[in-house]
Design a protein around this ligand. Structure first.
Ligand code: PLP
Length: 373
C-alpha cells in the first residue's frame, strides 16, 4: 500500500476510537504535552538492554528516586514497569522467591476484597493462594479480618491506597503495624493513589514513612500524566530486586529484573519529563482541580437526590441509584456518548474525574443525568 493509503487507514481507525472528553470510566487520560515530546524522542530506546541507552537508564533511575522521595524514602530500589499489573506481580514475586528459597511452600497472601483484578493474575502466575479480607462499612479493608486470615504460610499483606472502584484508602498504618508485628511483607498498591494522596488537603499515612511498608506500586500513566506503559515499583529494601534477576548472556546488559524483556524507554523518559516539568506544585495543582470538580459533581448529584456510596476521598465518585436503575442509567448515558462504569458490590455508578474533565463537562453530565433520571 502507498504511504498515503496507510495514513488514511490509520485516520479511519483513529476516528473509531473514543476521545477522552466524555470518558468518566477510565483511570487513564491524555498524557502531558512534554510526555508526548519525550516519548517520541526516546521511541527506540530499550531499557531491556539498558547499557545501550545510558541516558534513558539515568532517567529511569532519577524517576525512581523522585517518586521515592515523594513517598518518603531516599534509598528505594525499583524500576519503571509496564503498569500496575506488572508491579503487583513483581513485588509479590520478589517476596515469594525469597520465601521459596527459605523452603516455604503453599504460600498465601492477603488482599482486600476491593483488590484490583491483577491479583487474579498474581495467584495464577505465582501459584499462590490469594485470600480476600472483608471490608468495613466505609469499604476499607477490615484489619481484624486480615489478621484472622493470617497463618504460617502467609507471606504478604496488600493494602490499597486508592481502590480502583471506590477510590478508598485502606488503613495502611494499621496494616503496617500488623506487618511489623507478624514479620510480613506489605505491598501498598498505590497505582492510582500514588500521585493523588500526597497532594490531598487531608493527610493520609500510606507510604514508606510507615516502617511496615515493604513495597509500593504507583502508576505514572494514571494520575502522573505520563504515556501508557509507565508503572513504578519501589522496594524499601533494595535486595528484593535481586530476587527478580535473571542473567541475560547475549545482551550488552548482563541482567534483567523486569517481567518483560524488551521494554520501552519512552515511557520512562515521558515520566521523567512530566515530573521535571510539573514538579510537586504542578502535580498538586492537577489534583486540586480534579478534587474541585469532584466536589462540584457531588454537589450536583446531591441536588438531584443522588448520594455517593462513600464521600469521595479522591477523584473517584460512586453514586447510589435505586435498585434496577443502575444498568438503565448506564445504558442511557452511553446512548448520549458518555462512558461510565459500574462497581460490583455495592452496585453503583462509578465516575473517575481525570484531568481531561473540565467544569463544562461536569455541567453537561449533570444535565444529562437529570434528564435521564
Ligand atoms: N492496582 C490498582 C489499584 C488499579 O487501579 C489498577 C488499574 O486501574 C491496577 C493495579 C492495574 O494497573 P494497570 O492497568 O496499569 O496494569
Amino acid at each position: 500500500m502507498s504511504r498515503e493509503a496507510v495514513e488514511s487507514l490509520l485516520q479511519e481507525k483513529k476516528l473509531m476510537d473514543l476521545p477522552y472528553e466524555r470518558i468518566l470510566s477510565s483511570m487513564c487520560t491524555y498524557p502531558h504535552e512534554i510526555a508526548i515530546y519525550a516519548h517520541k524522542l526516546f521511541l527506540e530506546s530499550n531499557l531491556g538492554d539498558s547499557e545501550l541507552f545510558p541516558g534513558t537508564k539515568e532517567m529511569e533511575e532519577k524517576v525512581v528516586r523522585m517518586i521515592g522521595s515523594l513517598l518518603h524514602t531516599e534509598n528505594a530500589a525499583g524500576y519503571i514497569s509496564t503498569g500496575g499489573t506488572e508491579s503487583n506481580i513483581q513485588t509479590i514475586r520478589a517476596i515469594r522467591n525469597r520465601r521459596r528459597k527459605a523452603g516455604m511452600r503453599d504460600m498465601n497472601i492477603i488482599v482486600p476484597q476491593t483488590a484490583h483484578f491483577s491479583f487474579e493474575k498474581v495467584a495464577d502466575l505465582l501459584n499462590l493462594e490469594v485470600r480476600q479480607a472483608s471490608l468495613d462499612p466505609q469499604l476499607k479493608v477490615d484489619v481484624n479480618a486480615v489478621e484472622r486470615l493470617i497463618d504460617s504460610n502467609t507471606i504478604a499483606l496488600v493494602g490499597i491506597a486508592g481502590t480502583t472502584e471506590f477510590g478508598q484508602i485502606d488503613p495502611i498504618e494499621e496494616l503496617s503495624a500488623l506487618a511489623c508485628d507478624r514479620d510480613l511483607f506489605l505491598l501498598v498498591d498505590a497505582a492510582f493513589g500514588g500521585f493523588v494522596i500526597p497532594f490531598l488537603e487531608t493527610h493520609y499515612e500510606f507510604d514508606f514513612a510507615l516502617d511496615g511498608v515493604s513495597a509500593i506500586s504507583v502508576d505514572p500513566h494514571k494520575m502522573g500524566l505520563s504515556t501508557l506503559g509507565a508503572g513504578c515499583i519501589l522496594f524499601r529494601d533494595p535486595t528484593f530486586l535481586d530476587e527478580l534477576v535473571v542473567a541475560t548472556p547475549y545482551l550488552s546488559t548482563k541482567q534483567q529484573y523486569s517481567l518483560v524483556g524488551t521494554r520501552s524507554g519512552a515511557s520512562a523518559a515521558a515520566t521523567y519529563a512530566v515530573l521535571k516539568c510539573l514538579g510537586r506544585e504542578g502535580l498538586q495543582e492537577i489534583v486540586h482541580e480534579c478534587m474541585r470538580l469532584t466536589s462540584l459533581l457531588i454537589c450536583g448529584t446531591k441536588r438531584l437526590g443522588i448520594f455517593p456510596v462513600i464521600e469521595p476521598v479522591m477523584n473517584v465518585v460512586t453514586l447510589k441509584l435505586p435498585e434496577g436503575d443502575v444498568d438503565r442509567v448506564k445504558k442511557a448515558m452511553e446512548e448520549r456518548r458518555w462512558r461510565v462504569s459500574l462497581t460490583r458490590s455495592p452496585r453503583a455508578l462509578r465516575l473517575v474525574i481525570m484531568p481531561h474533565v473540565d467544569e463544562e463537562t461536569i455541567q453537561y453530565f449533570l444535565e444529562d443525568l437529570e434528564d435521564i433520571l
